[in-house]
Design a protein around this ligand. Structure first.
Ligand code: PLP
Length: 393
């Protein structure tokens, strides 16, 4: 019998020990350098060791790590004010992972309808290809066998509709529907943007039936698609907004933002988190948001996004045996691969470029948002070289 690893084998980890990060680069224990277009799976939006975030975190580490939610800390109010103002939502709950943010939204949906006299409205409409995380309630929205296998019976709370199909969405509403939950751009599902018309239709359906519209922007939100939040690009405002991944630039931090109407049914003790909104997380989130909201930041993201897309679309047609269509929005981009996305990512890593496979045979490009033209040129050269040498022997 093979020896059991002391690390539970739920990840297929590459045999590389990363020891240091600087900007858009990661370095392994042998000081080999990797161009990091995975960014910790859309987490290190400001790259590694961002000077300002590092300085502010180091100060906070020396002052206070944790004091519980029985007290205020110096960051939570100014940070909450800023993120609610920026998003146009009214109130925020902070937690430690995207999954917890989704779980909060699922619970808040039930409580909202319960407290407004419609306790039957506990069900949610979600999209095929959705990914909302790994708690039992969150994973039950997902149909990816890798995510759900062995965990049944699933939480029977979801009605799953075909992707981007307005009439199917309209028909899926029942007397028990409480919310529609969507990723404006599906991430794990293979970088699939919903159409503007679809998201507008979802808003209209919610308004017509008094349902809550929830946008899970854990992956696509916070400047990655070129606006602070993806819903702003589409001009469709949700009742709840989920953020995570890039929110703390690598420090575990996620959020569920809600409207007044939802906040009004919440009271002390009805939800909580030991570590949520701790001073270190609040400091990380606040410092990250301060950098992202500086003048010119979004313009930079949009410019780099076009540069990357243009470069990819120039290379791909030369290797029709390797690449299918390009998809994406901003610096959330994907290319359909005709070979194993995992093998391709591995070959690219050997040549110094880190990317992430996603569902639907897609390979994801999620560079830090501070990437510049020279990094993109470097990435494109590695892709060219790797593609030309395919298949690897
Ligand atoms: C990653 C992700 C989650 C889960 O976040 P975790 O921090 O891994 O719990 C939820 N929703 C979306 C859209 C995601 O991309």
């Amino acid at each position: 019998m093979a020896a059991t690893s002391p690390i539970l084998p739920v990840y297929r980890r590459a045999d590389v020990i990363m020891t240091r990060g600087e900007g858009v680069y990661l370095y392994d224990e042998n000081n080999l350098r990797y161009l990091d277009f995975a960014a910790g799976i859309a987490v290190n939006s400001l790259g590694h060791s961002h000077p300002e975030v590092n300085r502010r975190m180091q100060e906070q580490v020396g002052k206070l790590w944790h004091c519980s939610n029985l007290f205020q800390n110096e960051h939570i109010l100014p940070y909450s004010e800023k993120i609610t103002q920026l998003s146009g939502l009214d109130s925020v709950f902070f937690c430690n992972s995207g999954t917890e943010a989704a779980e909060a939204a699922i619970k808040f949906t039930r409580r909202y309808h319960d407290k407004t006299g419609k306790p039957d409205r506990y069900r949610m409409i979600v999209a095929q290809g959705a990914y909302h995380g790994r708690t039992l309630a969150a994973l039950s929205a997902c149909r990816n066998p890798r995510v759900i296998d062995g965990y049944g019976p699933l939480v029977d709370t979801y009605d799953i509709v075909p992707f981007n199909d307005i009439s199917a969405l309209e028909k899926a509403v029942t007397a028990e529907t409480g919310a529609i939950m969507l990723e404006p751009v599906q991430g794990e599902g293979g970088i699939r943007p919903h159409s503007r018309e679809y998201l507008q239709a979802a808003r209209a359906v919610c308004d017509r039936h008094n349902l809550l519209l929830i946008f899970d922007e854990v992956q696509c939100g916070l400047a990655r698609t070129g606006t602070y939040f993806t819903f702003q690009e589409f001009g469709v405002k949700p009742d709840m907004l989920l953020l995570g991944k890039g929110l703390g630039n690598g420090f575990p931090l996620a959020a569920c933002l809600v409207t007044h109407a939802i906040a009004a049914v919440m009271e002390p003790g009805c939800h909580g988190s030991t570590f949520g909104s701790n001073p270190l997380a609040m400091c990380a989130g606040r410092a990250t948001l301060d950098v992202i909201t500086r003048e010119g930041f979004l313009q930079h993201v949009r410019k780099m996004a076009m540069y990357l897309q243009y470069g990819l679309e120039k290379i791909m047609p030369h290797y029709p045996q390797l690449y299918g269509e390009w998809r994406g929005m901003g610096l959330l981009q994907g290319v359909v691969t005709k070979v194993s996305a995992y093998d391709l990512a591995r070959a690219l890593r050997m040549n110094g470029l880190l990317l992430v496979p996603a569902g639907d045979g897609v390979i994801r490009f999620l560079p830090p948002l501070i990437v510049d033209e020279s990094h993109i040129e470097e990435a494109l050269k590695i892709i060219e070289k790797t593609s030309a040498a395919w298949p690897l022997s």
